[in-house]
Design a protein around this ligand. Structure first.
Ligand code: F6P
Length: 542
């Protein structure tokens, strides 16, 4: 790997020079000078069509970005990840979420173990369990069938399951109800369970480490709730299963490890929705459709692994993000799914992107002199158009946006879908081309209002189109962003697979807990602000 800082690389320097030349050019001119770009600057894979022509780029930009990727050895680093090398350097771990979706019968041997065989052994157990719940064969403590599944987890042990459940709701067994409890705020648990009967409820306690405060607190409350209603500790066996890498802690909690579904330290939490963490998803949509989800992931993995960078969707999207972050100074990226079922997709992406690429040192631990991960955010369209799009259209910041749309809705109703999709195309058009002063004046606008109505345009978008939202498509879409994140992290020379930044807050909270709850006020040794806040809270909690 090159040891020079990224910003000193010849390809980075070439991009900086190129940026100075083209950053003043407007998308109006780029399209006028090159009418073919709307069809040429596109790529397609795994059921996803990417139109990236409305970016502030030329063919030369793409060539230079690909040069940067090659100089940063993107292909070699990708191959290392797929081979099981310990590319998570600060945790000395392999990064093998791609093994979670490799087909049965394929092999990937890491440290003498065929990880694909392990994966399918767990998938088979999950499938057998899911069938027992779905068929009603699995009975609760009082002999009733399970009607509600409550996933208890946080971060990657929640966001993937809840996003996938919402995204694939169309395909779920409507005789079953799914709830998700993540927050240590008691309201989350209380509201999720207030109308449920314990004898028909199954808790899936999802935690990679089985040591996360929020999840263990909620799991203990769930246990008390079940025993409180059913009056018998033996009920735990029928109303709790666990998903974790830590069998010892699962057993200590009181869940029989026969009812535990495992995964491995080479699966990062934010890359785990297709591991056993997807158990609630599999119960909701059935093992066959879960298999389709995995096939979609795998199709995109194979595309990322084998397609030339010129046609490689995740590589192109990742490089475009680098282009805006490092050369235009963009601070955030919007992701707007024009599909109501994807309403939790932006929240899911926030963990995937920001926990991965919010890093301040290189893989070698050297300080970084350029920006890394941007803020990701979004809401489903068209809702966002009536709230924050104003800032994207006329604000002073450049916010590149991904717009995601589908050829067909899963719920046809009158002309709703055509209206929805007209907005995808219109927003991309308005953001790119805007409205000139001459156009505004030609509409007879009063002089004093003209500047307010001018739309500068030149705001970049990617448009992603797919036929319809299926389990397979969802897998491909998530894998697309996973590998885009990998591409960005490779260019920035960071470890996209650790998350040390979340630890300090956890440790400080653990220290503060007894200071909030102890009888007499303890000696407080914090800064004056924290001390005062703790004192005030102690007074308020009574
Ligand atoms: O605190 C962050 C984090 O470690 C995430 O990376 C992870 O997805 C989440 O907490 C939950 O962790 P676990 O699955 O071990 O409970």
């Amino acid at each position: 790997m090159p040891t020079t800082p990224r910003s000193d690389l010849p390809s980075w320097q070439a991009l900086a020079t190129h940026h100075a030349e083209i950053s003043g050019r407007h998308l109006r001119d780029l399209f006028a000078d090159d009418p073919g770009r709307g069809e040429r600057l596109t790529a397609e894979a795994a059921g996803l069509y990417l139109d990236y022509s409305k970016n502030r780029i030329t063919d030369e930009t793409v060539r230079l970005l690909l040069g940067l990727a090659r100089e940063c050895e993107l292909e070699q680093r990708r191959d290392l990840m797929f081979s099981g090398a310990r590319v998570n350097t600060s945790e000395h771990r392999s990064v093998l979420h791609v093994a979670l979706r490799m087909p049965k019968g394929s092999t990937l041997v890491v440290d003498g173990v065929d990880v694909v065989a392990q994966v399918h052994e767990v998938l088979d157990r999950m499938a057998a369990f899911a069938q027992r719940i779905r068929s009603g064969e699995w009975r609760g403590h009082t002999g009733k069938r399970i009607r509600t599944i409550v996933n208890v987890g946080i971060g990657g042990s929640d966001l993937g399951p809840v996003m996938a459940y919402e995204a694939l709701r169309h395909y779920t067994d409507r005789d079953l109800t799914f709830r998700f409890v993540s927050n240590v705020d008691s309201t989350d648990f209380v509201e999720a369970t207030r109308d449920l009967s314990a004898d028909e409820t199954l808790f899936v306690i999802s935690s990679k480490t089985f040591g996360t405060l929020e999840t263990l607190t909620n799991a203990h409350s769930a246990r008390d709730w079940v025993i409180g209603q059913l009056g018998d500790e033996a009920a735990i066996a029928k109303h709790f299963v666990a998903v974790s890498t830590n069998a010892q802690r699962v057993a200590e909690f009181g869940i029989d490890t026969a009812n535990m579904f495992g995964f491995w330290d080479w699966v990062g939490g934010r890359y785990s929705m297709d591991s056993a963490i997807g158990l609630s998803t599999m119960v909701a949509i059935g093992p066959e459709r879960f298999g389709e989800l995995l096939a979609g992931f795998h199709e995109m993995d194979e595309h990322f692994r084998t397609a030339p960078l010129e046609e490689n969707l995740p590589a192109l999207m990742g490089l475009l993000t680098v282009w805006y972050v490092n050369f235009f100074g963009a601070q955030s990226i919007g992701v707007m799914p024009y599909e109501q079922y994807l309403k939790r997709f932006p929240a899911y992406l926030q963990q995937l992107t920001m926990e991965s690429n919010g890093k301040h040192v290189t893989r070698d631990g050297d300080p970084i002199g350029y920006d890394t991960g941007p803020v990701y955010w979004g809401e489903p369209g068209t809702n966002g158009q009536h709230s924050f799009y104003q800032l994207i259209h006329q604000g002073t910041r450049l916010i590149p946006v991904d717009l995601i749309g589908f050829g067909q809705t899963l719920n046809p109703l009158g002309d709703h879908h055509d209206l929805l999709m007209s907005n995808v195309f219109a927003q991309a058009q308005a953001l790119a081309f805007g409205k000139t002063e001459a156009e505004v004046r030609a509409e007879g606008t009063a002089d004093d209002v003209v500047p307010h109505r001018v739309m500068e345009g030149n705001r970049p978008t990617n448009v992603l189109l797919a036929d319809r939202l299926t389990p397979r498509l969802l897998g491909a879409l998530v894998a697309l962003y996973e590998h885009s994140v990998f591409t960005q992290g490779t260019i920035w020379d960071i470890d996209s697979f650790d998350q040390w930044g979340v630890e300090l807050g956890k440790a400080l909270a653990a220290k503060i807990i007894p200071e909030l709850t102890s009888g007499p006020e303890p000696e407080l040794g914090h800064d004056s602000s924290t001390n005062a806040l703790i004192r005030r809270y102690r007074g308020m909690r009574g």
